[in-house]
Ligand binder design. Sequence first.
Ligand SMILES: CC(C)(COP(=O)(O)OP(=O)(O)OC[C@H]1O[C@@H](n2cnc3c(N)ncnc32)[C@H](O)[C@@H]1OP(=O)(O)O)[C@@H](O)C(=O)NCCC(=O)NCCS
Length: 429
Amino acid sequence: MAAKQTLTITDNRTGKSYELPIEDGTIKAMDLRQIASGPGDFGLMTYDPAFMNTAACRSAITFIDGDKGILEYRGYPIEEIADKATFLEVAYLLNEGELPAAAQLERWERDIRFHTYVHTNIIKFLEGFRYDAHPMGMLLGVVGALSTFYPDAKDIHDPENRYIQRVRLLAKLPTIAAFCFRHSRGLPYEFPRNDLDYIGNFVNMTFSIGGKHEPNAVLQRALEILLILHADHEQNCSTSAVRAVGSSGVDPFSAVSAGIAALYGPLHGGANEAVLRMLDEIGDRSRIPAFIEKVKRGEGRLMGFGHRVYKSYDPRAKLIKQVAYDVFEQTGMNPMLEMAIELEQIALKDEYFISRKLYPNVDFYSGLIYQAMGYPTDYFTVLFAIGRLPGWLAQWEEMIKDHEQKIARPRQIYVGPARRQYVPIDGRR
Ligand SMILES: CC(C)(COP(=O)(O)OP(=O)(O)OC[C@H]1O[C@@H](n2cnc3c(N)ncnc32)[C@H](O)[C@@H]1OP(=O)(O)O)[C@@H](O)C(=O)NCCC(=O)NCCS
């Protein structure tokens, strides 16, 4: 006989038993509400800071099995997608659910190309930022401001309208990101060139000087692979931010701007920067053994190692390592890279890291690659944002269409003072 898919809970306060359905390996938190200690009791809630064990949605976009090191977009293994697809194909796959047929891809690319320009007033915003403004601060401000240029984006219940706004975001983010890059360097803004592909146009807008840039196909494909590897990672902090803010019914520009803000935080988008800072701190290959010993004594961490979800290996890290070698072949090795490779080799053989299942994560090499490509450290997270945008948009669209979703609104356990009376100022101490 098949086992019953239920959970029986006995409330020892009342002696009452409850049988709750188990569906997809979960119980519904709202089913616990009926469990009350007596009349007037609100009912049981779950306490889960940081949502460590709470599924907040059903999603058909990305599958991760952290123990086995599996990452799939709409069922396709990341290894195949990163090897064969273009970034815009991946964006289509994540957003529309299937790989595009030739005519669909043609329309998708054409639509995105059509929207790459931004209103010239955007330049006035950028000019208002200080010369040393962090590019992520500029990016989140400008993307948020886009909502004022497209008031029609507020109509989030019309699917055609949502399509246009998603296309606008995908088209304009590289332009804005490149403008932020130019602003930081005091360079004139380079406008989109719609005869180039998505990656080629972005690279041209960042690096072209005097209207000239010699494209390097290996570096451009490497950048494309990195963006694909970052395109979605299910319910991470920034995606949850996009969903939570979007659940209020706000336009997608504002919701994505919240995602950029979440990514700006060092615990999310800043780890590859930390790898470079660590290598700087080590300074020389001869100091690697002493650094490893320090980490093993618990004085600091080996940045770019370990992952909350992936406990065997990060499948993206394997792919990135190959990309790194392709890039370094073009750009040449430097002492920092040599140090990173040696550090990785030592750590992979060391019992401390082996027994704790600490392997290089996606950030171990990505910062070094971006640096070799000529991007400054504080720009790495902007590249992450360009990569993650298709995922944010796909998750936003999925959230809007999901009838089980409402405005996100967690509960709390109140731990403040009990009810008391207002004290006039001369009675306070
Ligand atoms: C990613 C990270 C936060 C995951 O942390 P976590 O799943 O909570 O793992 P824990 O903090 O519970 O660590 C488990 C054990 O491994 C050790 N550990 C984890 N990451 C380590 C690292 N990078 N270097 C050295 N030791 C590490 C912990 O000290 C702990 O050891 P202990 O059991 O002896 O106390 C963590 O591995 C880390 O800080 N890595 C470095 C930062 C980084 O690269 N972040 C980018 C993530 S994409």
